[in-house]
Design a protein around this ligand. Sequence first.
Ligand code: 2AL
Length: 164
Amino acid sequence: MDLASFNQASAAEAQAAIAHCVAIPAWQQAVVAARPFHDLAALHCTADRLAQGWQGAELEQALSAHPRIGEKAQGADKEAALSRSEQSAMQQANGALQFAMLAANQSYELHFGRVFLIRAKGRSGEEMLAELQRRLNNDAEIEQQEALLQLREITLLRLKESIV
Ligand code: 2AL
C-alpha cells in the first residue's frame, strides 16, 4: 500500500495493512491513530517511537508470529511468507549448521523460557548461531532488552516493505 492510501484508508483497512509487521494490536492501533504522515520518514520515526515502550508482555505477545530460526514458517499467510524470506539464509544452511541451530535454540528456550528472536534479514546462518551463543550468556534483563531491540528492527523492516 502506498503512503497516501494508508493515510486515507479506514482505520480497519490501515490496521490490516500493517498487522503482519508485529502481532501487537496496541502498536498497530497507535500507528493508525497517528495518521496522517507527511512522508515515510515520519511514519518510520513514529512507528519506532511507539515501539520503544515495549516490555516483556509485548515480547511474549509478538513471539507467536516468529517461528524459530531454522524452522520454516508454515502457512500461506503474509506473516509466514515474510518470515520465510527473512530466514532464507537458513534454508541454504548445511546440515551441521541446522543441527547446531536446533540444539542452541533448545538451550536458549530452556534458559530463558521463550523462543530466541533475532532480525534474520541480512544475517547468515553462522552469524545468527554466533549471536545465539553470545546471548545465552546474558542475564535475563539484558537479554530481554536485546530481544526487544531485535523485535523493533524486524517490525520496522516489515513496515518498510508494507507501506511504500
Ligand atoms: C524471525 C523471523 O521469523 N524473522 C526474523 O527476522 N526472525 N524469527 C526468530 N525466531 O527470530
